[in-house]
Design a protein. Structure first.
Length: 223
């Protein structure tokens, strides 16, 4: 038992040391990193627009784009998890160093969640439909579209201007992320069970973390 405690203490010491080094490196470069996020988001959006406007006719390219679209769906799920992790660990009262780090870039994790999800939808459903003809929307596709629908107001209001204008309503709008998470989890259970289980695990952790905070008599703001 003592050996296990010593190992856990060493792991915790290593984690804190690593996070201190990460924060020491990222803190002075925060704005540069955020600017890099913005550039990446703009370039990705422009690439997506080009693909929409110039639908390729080469079948091999379509197969490649479809495969890329599936990967983007997984990336979107991963970014969604990163967006939600800070709130979960805050409510559990653990890993504050990790939360501080993730909060520095949380907004851009959320923006990339939406952009990757839009591109995933375009490359796996809309572009093939435009090229080969529309087919009836299946259950898992409908669930994905609902998740994307809930994500749209989150994307539109992920900026300082919306925070100032909406004030207290901003938190209410961004509570839609939990509905986005739920429908995204259902969607991915059909298409990528491993990713779906991961998102469902996040759903469960969200619920448990809120129950933990309620049990301690705290108010439960979003985040």
């Amino acid at each position: 038992m003592m050996d296990i405690l010593k190992i856990m203490a060493k792991i915790l010491e290593w984690y804190r040391s690593m996070m201190m080094q990460v924060q020491k490196w990222t803190a002075p470069k925060r704005m540069q990193i955020i600017h890099a996020f913005v550039v990446a988001e703009v370039l990705f959006s422009l690439t997506t627009v080009v693909l929409v406007l110039f639908v390729p006719t080469n079948i091999r390219l379509f197969v490649l784009l479809f495969a890329v679209g599936k990967k983007l769906g997984v990336l979107s799920a991963g970014m969604l998890c990163l967006t939600l992790v800070p709130g979960i660990i805050r409510r559990f009262g653990i890993l504050p160093e990790l939360r501080v780090f993730l909060m520095m870039f949380r907004r851009h994790f959320g923006i990339l969640t939406y952009l990757f999800a839009v591109a995933h939808s375009l490359l796996t459903y809309w572009l093939p439909a435009l090229r080969f003809g529309f087919t009836p929307i299946l259950t898992f596709q409908l669930l994905g579209m609902i998740a994307l629908g809930f994500g749209t107001p989150l994307f539109i209001t992920s900026n300082d201007f919306s925070v100032r204008v909406l004030q207290k309503w901003w938190d209410h709008v961004h509570s839609l992320v939990y509905l986005m998470l739920f429908f995204a989890a259902l969607h991915t259970l059909f298409t990528s069970p491993t990713t779906g289980i991961l998102l469902m695990a996040v759903v469960v952790l969200e619920v448990i973390s809120y129950l933990v905070q309620y049990s301690h008599g705290h108010t439960v703001p979003r985040g």
